[in-house]
Design a protein around this ligand. Sequence first.
Ligand SMILES: *[C@@H]1O[C@H](CO)[C@@H](O)[C@H](O)[C@H]1NC(C)=O
Ligand SMILES: *[C@@H]1O[C@H](CO)[C@@H](O)[C@H](O)[C@H]1NC(C)=O
Ligand SMILES: *[C@@H]1O[C@H](CO)[C@@H](O)[C@H](O)[C@H]1NC(C)=O
Ligand SMILES: *[C@@H]1O[C@H](CO)[C@@H](O)[C@H](O)[C@H]1NC(C)=O
Ligand SMILES: *[C@@H]1O[C@H](CO)[C@@H](O)[C@H](O)[C@H]1NC(C)=O
Ligand SMILES: *[C@@H]1O[C@H](CO)[C@@H](O)[C@H](O)[C@H]1NC(C)=O
Ligand SMILES: *[C@@H]1O[C@H](CO)[C@@H](O)[C@H](O)[C@H]1NC(C)=O
Ligand SMILES: *[C@@H]1O[C@H](CO)[C@@H](O)[C@H](O)[C@H]1NC(C)=O
Length: 418
Amino acid sequence: MRSFLLAVGLLAGFSIVHGQNYVNVPLKSNITQVNPMIGLVFWDDNYFTPYTAYSLEYLYLPVNNLVIGRVNGTLQYNWTYLENRLNNIANRGHQAIFRPYYEYPGDPTAVPAFLKNISGYKGQVYSGEEFMDWRSADLRILHLDMHTQFALRYDSDPRVFCVETGFGFWSEYHISGGPNLQLGYNFPSGEFQLEAITLITSLFKNTPVLYSIDIADIYDNWCPVFQNISNLPFGSFDDSSFANDTQDWNDGNKQRLGWWTRYQQQPLGGEIAYEDNVQQHALDVNGPEGVPLPTYVANYHYTFLIANDQTTYQYNGPLTQIQRIQQVGQTFGYKFTITSFQTNGTHTQVTVQNTGVAPAYKNMFLQVSGVQSSVSLKYLQPGSSLTVTVQVNTSSPTLKIVSPFITSKQTIQYEANL
Ligand SMILES: *[C@@H]1O[C@H](CO)[C@@H](O)[C@H](O)[C@H]1NC(C)=O
Ligand SMILES: *[C@@H]1O[C@H](CO)[C@@H](O)[C@H](O)[C@H]1NC(C)=O
Ligand SMILES: *[C@@H]1O[C@H](CO)[C@@H](O)[C@H](O)[C@H]1NC(C)=O
Ligand SMILES: *[C@@H]1O[C@H](CO)[C@@H](O)[C@H](O)[C@H]1NC(C)=O
Ligand SMILES: *[C@@H]1O[C@H](CO)[C@@H](O)[C@H](O)[C@H]1NC(C)=O
Ligand SMILES: *[C@@H]1O[C@H](CO)[C@@H](O)[C@H](O)[C@H]1NC(C)=O
Ligand SMILES: *[C@@H]1O[C@H](CO)[C@@H](O)[C@H](O)[C@H]1NC(C)=O
Ligand SMILES: *[C@@H]1O[C@H](CO)[C@@H](O)[C@H](O)[C@H]1NC(C)=O
């Protein structure tokens, strides 16, 4: 009777692989959300439904909301502000990108009061705005200690996707439009930049750290030690993405950052440029300037772009704007397609291909009928496939993709049509 059933199975088109009697198992799955850690990003005070249309929320962290004093040489932190926001983001099934900053044009400098109070500390005042005083050893210690605390608290925290950091306006690694650059005074010295970036990139093992593309600028030379730090493990963000008029300058920085191979190990992101035409037509079918956003995303291997105002526009196609936000969001970053799913009764073989434009940057694993493979999908490059065998005693396996770096409210969806 058994051999009769097997014969029927063969006639029905099951395949036998390597003489180990592997048979295909039907598997159908569609991606119906923007998966974790990719897509268009919205500020955490601008959330909207359905939450499946995006997976990342962004927040600025003024340093003086976090570092509130120093007692006997030990810096005092108040984590409540950041924790509340991370919890709210996680409750919406999303993950955070946060960026500490000292200088935000138009707002008071986010210098902690205790620091300003130390005798000798005196930031340069320019156009009514006070800049950080990087002559201060206390400030430099604060910068290093704050990032050490971030790594201790958030390196493995599934509420946080990545940290953007830097110096200057919006931590974008420049003070363009501000006073003349004085390294070691209104901007950190090259020596301190080297010390800070070397330390910070060594502290984070799981959570990516990203610096602005301005770090590679050769005209204003914000980072005189760029040659010495360019190979350190950091991602990068371009906050004037997708605008033709800045593309040449941005591309020069990206070239020096090794952008077109950097994405293989480090996430690349940024913000859709704040130019009226670009903002208003960012999601148009052919884009604002002749290139559709998904094409641009693929060319630059983007994992995310901040697109905070996109809910206020209407693109020129048949979907609602929110549906379009989801559709475009799904074109960022990694995307897993299962191209083969087979069992021989004691083992299941799965072939997964990355059909996205960038790898995943955190550990993700295939899980067959509850049994997790130990082979990570992290860094599986676009176009590449991986075949994983999981020992599990079933001839009707089920498949999930799991990760220690997503919250219980999140799932990682895949495509399959087998
Ligand atoms: C299934 O295949 C595995 C190797 O992938 C092999 O070790 C195992 O013995 C096979 N099981 C059966 C029932 O053939
Ligand atoms: C997946 O999407 C395709 C095309 O939109 C549709 O035909 C199919 O029924 C969907 N499959 C599942 C499992 O939802
Ligand atoms: C600070 O140091 C002094 C002297 O060593 C000690 O008496 C005091 O308790 C310390 N304060 C705190 C908050 O640790
Ligand atoms: C800590 O921050 C929270 C939220 O910003 C604030 O309500 C609270 O007063 C702060 N606590 C201290 C000790 O500064
Ligand atoms: C500033 O210094 C004065 C005098 O030492 C002190 O009384 C005050 O508490 C300090 N303020 C802050 C915010 O540290
Ligand atoms: C940076 O690297 C160059 C050589 O590439 C070296 O000459 C220089 O000393 C380095 N600077 C620092 C601050 O390490
Ligand atoms: C913008 O740049 C792209 C190439 O990156 C080019 O194809 C397109 O024609 C340009 N559009 C405008 C309006 O300049
Ligand atoms: C595998 O499953 C079969 C049928 O369900 C059962 O007879 C067998 O004992 C199981 N083997 C193992 C190693 O669990």
